[in-house]
Design a binder for this molecule. Structure first.
Ligand code: NAP
Length: 481
């Protein structure tokens, strides 16, 4: 069956920076269906030549050494610009008649603000574009809280079944995040020890060095907990903690992830101050450059949103009950870095008890970005004649950089390929999003009720000192880089 893609927002930032390059990578890898048609739609007029020139310009910028003029020219043949309003049924009918094949598989990508999703769904329905096999792709922000997500979702579910909706969380397209399933379930050595009996705690960190800049208004409406925790960090937590799924199909994996979300210990007004830290960056220095504070980036009014959040989460399940899972994310930190750190318990009653400290526990560090890889921190005897047998920390390093060199795709490539293949495993179900929002909503309600405001941290630092004290209170420390 032929594949037709209707890309609403076809001249926008997401399409130019991520989506066309991802389709191009599919071409480069030889897996883009030969007969595919990709139609980028926007309201403002453009010519086919102007459109292709813009796509090419962004492609060269964003694909770097993987840009190949010959491949791009070939790829360009399946790209078309169409002017139209995606909320007007007649215009969609016209575009469909002009470009698409009656018996084709239609995929509709909503790369437009969620406020018009409802209007688009109505127009697609009235325009006669929706068939039982039509697929629709959407991505964050899917609401600002559970109620607004449910409203957006209801508008979509009025015309699409759940098995037609592909909700993107691009973290799930990352090799290193998918590798969590392989690491956990293809390596039997981890089976007996992947639980609270052997694991002391888990840290999941997504640190960014960029600030909010001209997205400050958006951030004021969102904050780090809604922008990063509700989706990316909770998805990573799910894959780190899930029980073995019955198979790797979408239903099995998504069912197990949902169970984890439902087992998250509620954080409410009673315990929010003890279990969370909110921060906001002040002016400082990042990568040798002076940068303004969050408040100086706006119109001078003090910002209310947190640009940093740390949360002590817990999955109240047989496997994990009592094991802290520390989540942390922030902007304008010292580095762009994302990792999962699994710290194992130490047996203090053994031969080397006098050298035990939280710094020498065995750790499994899973790097998610920028470099993907896995390290196991081990203790080793220091070479030499010291009669006390002093230990040193060394690590076994499984870097994926060799794979990366051979890699000719990014997270979006994998996800778009799965949409074309009709595989929903790496997409988030409506029930997962609902559960994630409920957990986050309770935290935000707790902050509001307790009037828990963000504390300041210096741009370029590792975060607020309150977050260090928060860990120290548990006798632990952050794994900084
Ligand atoms: P953008 O740069 O503002 O682009 C919006 C695009 O939508 C433009 O092509 C615009 O063209 C088109 N558009 C708007 N209303 C339309 C309508 N009624 N009919 C047809 N086309 C319409 O926005 P963006 O950054 O690409 O973001 C798109 C969506 O993805 C947003 O919901 C955003 O939150 C989400 N998102 C973006 C990113 C990112 O990195 N940019 C990442 C994650 C999620 P015309 O104005 O000419 O119609």
């Amino acid at each position: 069956m032929s594949t037709d893609i209707l890309l609403f927002g076809g001249t926008g930032d997401l399409a130019l920076r991520k989506l066309y390059p991802a389709f191009y990578y599919l071409k480069l890898n030889g897996v883009l269906p030969a007969d595919i048609k990709i139609v980028g739609v926007a309201r403002r007029a453009n010519t086919q030549e102007g459109f292709l020139a813009t796509v090419k310009e962004w492609m060269i910028q964003h694909t770097g050494s993987l840009y190949d003029d010959e491949v791009f020219n070939e790829f360009g043949k399946c790209l078309t610009f169409a002017q139209g309003d995606s909320t007007e049924a007649e215009e969609l009918r016209r575009i469909s008649d002009e470009h698409f094949r009656a018996d084709g598989q239609l995929i509709v990508y909503f790369s437009v603000p969620p406020s018009i999703f409802g209007g688009i769904c109505t127009a697609l329905e009235e325009g006669g574009l929706i068939k039982p096999n039509t697929r629709v792709v959407v991505e964050k922000p899917l609401g600002n809280d559970c109620a607004s997500f449910m409203a957006i979702n209801e508008e979509m579910r009025r015309v699409f079944n759940e098995n037609q909706v592909y909700r993107i969380d691009h973290y799930l397209g990352k090799e290193s995040v998918q590798n969590l399933l392989a690491l956990r379930f293809a390596n039997d050595i981890f089976q007996p020890i992947w639980n609270g009996r052997y694991i002391d705690h888990i840290q999941i960190t997504v640190s960014e060095s960029v600030g909010c800049g001209n997205r400050r208004d958006f951030y004021e409406e969102t904050g780090a907990i809604r922008d990063m925790v509700q989706n990316h960090l909770l998805q990573v937590l799910c894959l780190t903690c899930i029980e073995p799924p019955a198979s790797l199909d979408a239903e099995s994996v998504r069912t197990e992830k949902l169970k984890i979300l439902k087992c998250l210990r509620p954080i409410t007004t009673e315990n929010v101050a003890e279990l969370t830290v909110r921060g906001q960056y002040a002016a400082g220095e990042v990568d040798g450059e002076q940068v303004p504070g969050y408040n100086e980036e706006g119109d001078g009014t003090p910002g209310m949103a947190e640009t940093y959040v740390a949360i002590k989460a817990e999955v109240e399940s047989f496997r994990w009950s009592g094991t802290p899972i520390y989540l942390r994310t922030g902007k304008r930190l010292n580095a762009r870095h994302a990792e999962i750190v699994i710290t194992f318990k130490q047996n203090r009653a053994r031969l080397f008890a006098d050298q035990a400290s939280d710094k020498c526990a065995n750790q499994l560090v899973i790097n998610l970005q920028p470099d993907e890889g896995i390290k196991i921190h081990m203790k080793n005897k220091q070479a030499g004649l010291d009669e006390r047998m002093p230990l040193e920390n060394r690590f076994m390093d499984l870097s994926f950089s060799d794979n990366a060199r051979a890699k000719k795709h990014d997270a979006y490539t994998r996800l778009l390929y799965d949409v074309i293949r009709g595989d929903q495993t790496l997409f988030v179900s409506e029930r997962e999003i609902e559960a994630a929002w409920k957990w986050v909503d309770a935290i935000r309600a707790g902050w509001a009720e307790r009037d828990q405001k963000p504390c300041q941290y210096t741009a370029g630092s590792t975060g607020p000192s309150d977050a260090d004290e928060f860990m120290a209170a548990d006798g632990r420390s952050w794994n900084n880089f």
